[in-house]
Write a protein that binds this ligand. Structure first.
Ligand SMILES: [Zn+2]
Length: 107
């Protein structure tokens, strides 16, 4: 009997941990790069924030009835870039120096 109780507690503990991880993940998703309604994406080089550049959207995915940008072409070398949720930017490592492109809202 004590064994069953112990196992139930372990399951509860496991569930709680999973929920915690899930919530953390959801929080991270909050900074997801959504596609602007007009489809035009402007980015800014974080290390050289002097001008905005137009970036080509290569792939989007529908998430919660909104289009999320999955891959954006690097304005420098056209390589597909992935979103980095830690930087909250698209990162390119393909053209020598690492570039961090933040999305600029165009309004
Ligand atoms: Zn590049």
């Amino acid at each position: 009997m004590g064994d069953i109780m112990g196992r139930r507690q372990t399951m509860q503990e496991k569930y709680k941990q999973q929920m915690k991880a899930y919530r953390k993940k959801r929080m991270k998703v909050e900074n997801t790069p959504f596609l602007p309604p007009d489809g035009n994406v402007l980015v800014m080089d974080s290390l050289n924030p002097t001008k905005t550049l137009k970036a080509e959207v290569l792939k989007t995915q529908e998430r919660q009835h909104r289009q999320v940008i999955i891959h954006l072409a690097c304005p420098e070398c056209n390589s597909p870039m992935d979103w980095d949720s830690n930087w909250e930017a698209f990162i390119c490592t393909k053209h020598g120096k690492k570039s961090i492109y933040e999305i600029v809202s165009n309004d």
